[in-house]
Write a protein that binds this ligand. Sequence first.
Ligand code: ATP
Ligand code: MG
Length: 587
Amino acid sequence: MRYSETFIPTLRDDPADAEVVSHKLMTRAGMIRKVAAGIYTYLPLGWRVIGKVEQIVREEMTRGGAQELRMPAVQPAELWRESGRWGVYGKELLRVNDRHDRQFCIGPTHEEVITDLVRGEVRSYKQLPLNLYQMQTKFRDEIRPRFGLMRGREFIMKDGYSFDADEPGAEATYRRMEEAYRRIFSRMGLDFRAVEADSGQIGGSFSHEFMVLADTGEDDVVSCTACSYAANSEKATSRVAAPESRPTPPLESVETPAVHSVEEVAVFLKTSPDRLIKTLIFDTADPEADDPAAARKQEADRFVAVLIRGDREVNEVKLVNHLKVTAARLATDGEIARLTGGPVGFSGPVGLKGVRIVADHSVKALTDAVSGANHQDRHHVHVQPGRDFPLADTVDLDTARAGDGCPRCDGTLTVQRGIEVGHIFKLGTKYSQAMNATFLDPEGKKKPFVMGCYGIGVGRTAAAAIEQNHDARGIIWPMAIAPAQVLLLCMNMKSTPLVEAAEKLYTELEAQGIEVLYDNRPERAGVKLTDAELLGIPLLLVMGDRGLERGVVEVKERRSGDVTETPLADTAARVAARVREALTSRA
Ligand code: ATP
Ligand code: MG
């Protein structure tokens, strides 16, 4: 690739709407351009990176036993009605009507289409297992598209779906895919964790998210410093020691003037935050519901009082899953006053009527506790859960945090930020049952396929690589997904001998099978060097007149900044060896 002939519109300044570094750098490096919110054009260099990511994914999916196909982006509504998702997918689903007024959607995912395909073609257990995947453009009308390719509305996903005859088969396929994913992200040179994720009703450890560790990630990755336990914060559990147990005297109501926060109450009542019962009133109405009548009908069980120890935080995802609702937000001050009879900050479970109570495990372990008394400036002391209020519904609602004990060993947990680049999930028979997708087992009995699904955000992976690998001057691509492996820079295009030598080296490198971007532009050396650092190509070969006189080329590593000189005659072979080594050391 000659720079002068390649479309690389670099920019000096960050785009105004870019919040994260990958969005800024991909735009500035001339890799992407925004068309509309969450919708981008991939320019040639960006497209090369996408191609590299896709190719690694392809190779490892093939090795893992999957076959590539391609489904349409536009999907008929009927299939989504069959699976039951047309009614529940909500506003992320872009729905369109054709000229005959038939309903379609632009696929946000392809379970329906693939299940329809397989039920029509696969009759017998002898045709199983079957594992199919595609690289495809998805559309999800995200509420807040942002961060460039990290959360787009139109984006490229590798999505795979497996069909097995039974549970053990499905689990074996799942393990193969987990292994394939580990290879994929290792080969890309990314620092990642495979974390246990929430698998809904299916249970078991059959949902893993692959998280690229980066401070700008939207997710928290909880992991043990001693063992291999890792989970996303939505699912993570931890060992939390209960405060010392002691006999609980009879319940009393006491005056607590002008104390509000957990800490203030604890200090005022000479106790500790871990003996307080925090009572939070949550509103579980669906904010996206189109039908206010349905929302009103729900009013009776709309509000829930959630109890958790004073020093812990409620995990809203665990709460939403437990209650089987779509959302939970804190009730307003007015709603709290109406429901509890007291102002915000003084809610408590003792005597609370007409509101369902859900408690975290941490509350069950308490003795001689303190809680709000549903009355201005009053608290209850000597509260005994179970004695003074019912503890019918006790579940894990706690947010694991750094410093907590590991649930699997004696170790301690840490929390890091991560970007979810892949997700594998055992679906079981959810779709095959809903869509009546069956095969005949060896006894000739009809059975639903046992399915799994496996996604990778292709563009998000490229962006995550930048979030993890950059400096103040630009991108630092891992070799495996760089838009080119080597950037050859001729410092002075007016010098005929230098240009001749650069042209020769360019040809030699290409002959070695190396991907070279040859900066042959008639620009100042400073401009070229700045662009080189911005583009982040891993090896930079700098050719100047003085080096040429001495018969050497400067080889600069983008990541470390280390510069070595190589004899011009050996450069192509040496650089090719370095590139190959960088590629294989990760594989
Ligand atoms: P998120 O929680 O980030 O919205 P998701 O759970 O909706 O992700 P999946 O449905 O599991 O994602 O999709 C598989 C993969 O597709 C994700 O792991 C992610 O890498 C990618 N992906 C999902 N949504 C987007 C998006 N809006 N933009 C870019 N990539 C996405
Ligand atoms: Mg999503």
